[in-house]
Write a protein that binds this ligand. Structure first.
Ligand code: SAH
Length: 204
């Protein structure tokens, strides 16, 4: 896995190590466990998917984490991205809109002994002001645009990474907020995520 990710251009040592450590098979329904180490999104129930390892690696690398950060994730799903982040920063706040998946994610985090990830239930497009500002934010479902509340809750000097654009094909963007609060955007890759559904996403 690590060698394949490196071959695809992932350079950040800590990101490669984190991806190498997380047991993706433990986050999948039994029927898909044997495919856990393929570079593919796979079904996790409720019409949702676990993200592909290369997308998780690219997103994580773009967040440029050093270890001390508080990171917000929108779209907990299987908790795969959240667990990778748990190795790279101090604290992860992750939001999931579907109760069954939030419950499943909490169970997975407990079973794996991950202690620095808090799962919240709700519409992540509104962010979570209680814990803001965030040093980094990752959105793991595809929305039309970067939700304005998330850009508000991003710290100066922070990075937001997420897939934005039409429902069938998005572009993974990295948006950086500089010290004066100005936003700068950069495209990382073309991608296709499940829909971001909420007030600042698509309608249910
Ligand atoms: N990060 C996950 C990816 C899961 S797919 C992983 O690594 O496996 C995206 C998830 O986003 C789905 O579980 C979906 O229910 C959730 N989602 C979609 N819109 C959302 C919203 N507005 N707020 C929170 N979660 C949302």
């Amino acid at each position: 896995m690590v060698a394949q990710l490196a071959a695809r251009g992932v350079r950040d040592r800590r990101v490669l190590e984190a991806l190498g450590q997380v047991e993706r098979h433990r986050l999948l329904p039994e029927a898909f466990e044997h495919r856990a180490y393929e570079f593919q999104a796979l079904p996790i129930g409720e019409g949702q998917t676990i993200s592909s390892p290369d997308i998780v690696a690219l997103s994580s690398e773009a967040l440029a984490l050093r270890g001390h950060e508080t990171v917000l994730e929108v779209g907990t799903g299987s908790a795969y991205q959240a667990i990778v982040l748990s190795h790279l920063c101090a604290r992860v706040i992750t939001i999931e809109r579907l109760p069954a998946l939030a419950r499943q994610a909490r169970q997975a985090l407990d079973a794996l002994g991950v202690r620095n990830v808090a799962v919240c239930l709700g519409d992540g497009t509104r962010g979570r002001v209680e814990y803001a500002p965030y040093d980094a934010i990752v959105v793991t479902a595809g929305g039309p645009v970067a939700p304005p509340p998330l850009l508000d809750q991003l710290a100066r000097g922070g990075r937001l990474v997420g897939p934005f654009g039409p429902m069938q094909a998005q572009r993974l963007l990295r948006i950086e907020k500089d010290a004066s609060g100005q936003l700068q955007e950069q495209a990382i890759a073309d991608c296709r995520f499940v829909a971001l559904i909420g007030e600042y996403g698509w309608q249910a």
